[in-house]
Design a protein around this ligand. Sequence first.
Ligand code: FES
Length: 155
Amino acid sequence: MKVDLSDTRKIIQQYRKKKGILIPLLQEIQADYGYVPKESVDLISKELAIYPVEIYGILTFYAQFYLTPRGRHTIKVCQGTACHVMGGKEILDYLSNKLEISEGETTKDNMFSLERVACLGCCGMAPVVVVDNNFYGRCTIQKLDKLLEKYQEIK
Ligand code: FES
């Protein structure tokens, strides 16, 4: 798929000749595209004379950045201690099997991306799953099936 780089060019212009710009620039690119395309990295490297390895160093260090397109909905499964004890691993495995993707991947129809996260700070609700920005506690397989159905309809 060819990436339209006109937005990347506009964003680069805003950051030109500023110092310490790489993280906010990449955040803005991701906000615009939903991820940071390789083509945008190449253009940033060329226009701002920054080595690609430096850009990828930041992209791979910070968990907030994505290098591939994300699904319409992102499902995060907590794997903190409390959630793990309460079945978080089984939930992650179930979703991985059901969606036919591993964590960090996106379904072929671009509907769901699946992620593992550390403690979300609401251990009393373990096991916890977050879909987009909505928290769901005391998750069971039955609840997950209903959630998938619900979000499948939100396009
Ligand atoms: S361990 Fe899952 S919310 Fe704390």
